[in-house]
Write a protein that binds this ligand. Structure first.
Ligand code: C2E
Ligand code: MG
Ligand code: MG
Ligand code: MG
Length: 283
């Protein structure tokens, strides 16, 4: 690009812009290399049935173990992956990898994968998911895609087509982090979500109280009327589990049950369960 731009034009970039570009370019290169070097891995966090304590789903959460910087959180590098477009390659890799692991679980355990808006709008996005499922031998009914409301800020045909095409083959959609974005009921009306995940800020944190309880209750009520499951995110204590159960949430996720763990530990949690030890849902 530098050649095409020519000499005189570099002056249009001030130094902070250049630095920012360099930084992003660096992370972009590192991310691509990380994929090659096996520095990325997928962890799995159980989503638990609040009636039975059984694991119904594992959510795939990406982890980056950088040789120098240590463990990087997805909140740090997913945005960069989005800005630079690396998210498409990364996302396809995550789905393929997670689907392979999910194919080893009992048939009634499903896989949830997070998708960012850019990934969904990229050409061939639905095909990428279908290929991942096919290669892994995972039934589309066992895949659930988690999207956030930010997807709908730029609501367009690509988004609608993506959701339609995959819904047609049995893939399910969950609305993630509900309550933190626009929380427009229009999206819930327009798209075939089977699940709503109430953001953890309603469950744990500084402002949790009667008001957030009432909100969870209202969302749970809507869920049961519209036949959608309501997941409470961020459950860290048994008290929170009891509270959201009483509020009508059907599923729960959080450190109280388990953190996101590597595939072999996810398998161990399933083995424990089949040995007759479901997760503890009462105090
Ligand atoms: P998310 O999809 O809402 O995922 C839930 C996040 O909450 C995870 O953080 C999880 O570790 C954390 N969490 C779960 N239970 C608890 C709890 O009880 N207490 C607390 N404090 N935290 C809890 P994580 O893995 O750092 O991921 C952060 C976000 O990064 C995710 O939010 C998701 O938006 C994004 N992300 C993660 N993996 C992927 C991926 O593979 N693809 C894409 N596009 N985004 C991803
Ligand atoms: Mg999620
Ligand atoms: Mg979430
Ligand atoms: Mg989140």
């Amino acid at each position: 690009h530098a050649k095409i731009r020519g000499r005189g034009q570099t002056q249009f970039f001030d130094s902070s812009m250049t630095r920012d570009l360099v930084r992003r370019r660096e992370i972009e290169d590192e991310l691509r290399a990380a994929l090659q070097r096996d520095e990325l891995s997928i962890f799995f966090q159980p989503i638990v049935d609040l009636e039975t304590g059984r694991i119904r789903t594992f959510e795939a959460l990406v982890r980056w173990f950088h040789p120098v910087k240590g463990e990087l959180r997805p909140d740090e590098f997913i945005p960069v992956a989005e800005e630079t477009g690396v998210i498409v390659t990364l996302g396809n890799w995550i789905t393929a990898q997670a689907a392979r692991v999910a194919a080893t679980w009992p048939e009634d355990v499903t896989l949830a994968v997070n998708l960012s808006p850019l990934q969904i709008r990229a050409p061939g996005a639905a095909l990428g998911i279908r290929n991942a499922l096919k290669e892994a031998g995972l039934d589309p009914h066992r895949l659930e895609l988690e999207v956030t409301e930010s997807l709908f800020i730029e609501d367009n045909h690509a988004t609608a087509n993506f959701i339609q095409e995959l819904t047609d083959i049995g893939v399910k959609f969950a609305l993630d982090d509900f309550g933190t974005g626009y929380s427009s009921l229009g999206y819930i009306n327009k798209y075939p979500f089977t699940k709503i995940k109430v953001d953890r800020s309603f469950v744990s944190g500084a402002n949790v109280g009667r008001k957030s309880d009432a909100i969870i209750r209202a969302v749970a009520e809507m869920g049961s009327t519209l036949e959608m499951e309501i997941v409470a995110e961020g459950l860290e204590t048994i008290d929170q589990v009891q509270t959201v159960r009483q509020a009508g949430c059907t599923l729960g996720q959080g450190f109280y049950f388990s953190r996101a763990v590597p595939d072999y530990l996810a398998a161990m949690l399933l083995a424990q369960e089949s040995d007759g030890e479901p997760m503890k849902i009462t105090g």
